[in-house]
Design a binder for this molecule. Sequence first.
Ligand code: SF4
Length: 81
Amino acid sequence: MSDIRTQTINGLEVHIDRSLCIGSGNCVNLAPEVFTIRQDAIVDFKDEVDDSIDASRLVESCQICPVDALLVYDGDEQIVP
Ligand code: SF4
């Protein structure tokens, strides 16, 4: 069952597919102002996301997901994965 969270951050639309996340923490380490690990050991957006994060670091933090649980769209174009 899919469990998708979506937020627009610094002009990019970011999707978390929580059904895929394995809780590795890679994205949290790179973008701690955006992502957090919840009590179920799965990632989620922070309650208050810092929208001013550098876009390239945000994209990189999604690219390093080992299971492609993080998708990024720039307008109509999917840029991650
Ligand atoms: S990098 Fe991917 S698998 Fe690891 S916590 Fe983030 S979303 Fe989950």
